[in-house]
Design a protein around this ligand. Structure first.
Ligand SMILES: [Zn+2]
Length: 92
């Protein structure tokens, strides 16, 4: 499986984690009223789940697939923006 496919799976997992944490915060909000603690727990869960993001790097130059310059975007690059390697075809 290519690094691009693994990164897409990670992006899909993060979308699912975002939905679950959103539902968690809404549920807590309905049950006990507004809670900053529930929001903080959701943020910690999302940061922990996203820690794998650092592993998805171009095998040629090492640039992370989720970075566009200094910005981080939620969808990975198919082609490396630094060296031009086709990340969707390269077996890694
Ligand atoms: Zn590269």
């Amino acid at each position: 499986m290519t690094v691009y496919r693994l990164a897409v799976r990670h992006a899909q997992l993060m979308l699912f984690a975002l939905l679950v944490t959103f539902l968690f915060v809404i549920t807590i909000d309905r049950m006990v009223g507004h809670s900053s603690l529930a929001f903080a727990v959701a943020i910690i869960i999302l940061i922990a789940a996203n820690s794998r993001m650092r592993r998805f790097n171009c095998s040629t130059c090492g640039k992370n697939l989720f970075f566009r310059g200094l910005l981080v975007v939620p969808w990975p690059n198919k082609v490396c923006t630094k060296c031009g390697t086709d990340l969707a075809r390269q077996a890694d």
